[in-house]
Structures are given as structure tokens and as C-alpha cells.
Design a protein around this ligand. Structure first.
Ligand SMILES: [Zn+2]
Length: 86
């Protein structure tokens, strides 16, 4: 490894997640699904950040790309609080 990982990485990564299942919720879109972490790791790589995975999973959400920016409420409830603060 030539590039050491920064210790204070503000972005949680897939490999940091302990549970085998991760939930994904978008309340404005009435979307609620759960994913197996190992499948996500296979699809995206274990070092992928949840921020990027969120974008990928929320793709097709029409609130994701508005003139006013990202209005999608998609988040992983088991991580820190989502965009809607709950
Ligand atoms: Zn959404």
C-alpha cells in the first residue's frame, strides 16, 4: 500500500459497516429497501463511501437532481442522521 488511508475520514465506507444488511430509505420518494453489504461490496467495492453508494442507489430519483440541488431524502438510517434530520 503506497497510499495510507486518512485516519479522520469523514466519509463512512462500506467496509466500516458492521451489519450484514444496510437499509436505504428515501422518505420523499416513499422508498425503503435493504441491501446486503456483501452484494454492495461486490458491486461497488468495499472502500466505496456511502455517499457515493447513496447517489448510485438513488439514481432515478427525480428529486436528486433539481435546479435547487439535491433534494432527495435518500439516506442510510443506520449511519448518522439523514438529510431530513430524523
Ligand atoms: Zn428520493
Amino acid at each position: 500500500m503506497s497510499r495510507p488511508e486518512p485516519v479522520n475520514d469523514p466519509n463512512p465506507r462500506l467496509r466500516d459497516h458492521r451489519e450484514p444488511i444496510i437499509e436505504f430509505i428515501c422518505r420523499p420518494c416513499d422508498r425503503h429497501s435493504s441491501f446486503e453489504c456483501k452484494l454492495l461490496a461486490k458491486a461497488f467495492g468495499a472502500s466505496m463511501t456511502f455517499a457515493v453508494i447513496r447517489q448510485r442507489l438513488a439514481m432515478g430519483c427525480e428529486r436528486m437532481q433539481t435546479p435547487g440541488g439535491d433534494k432527495c431524502g435518500a439516506h442510510f438510517p443506520c449511519l448518522a442522521e439523514g438529510p431530513d434530520g430524523s
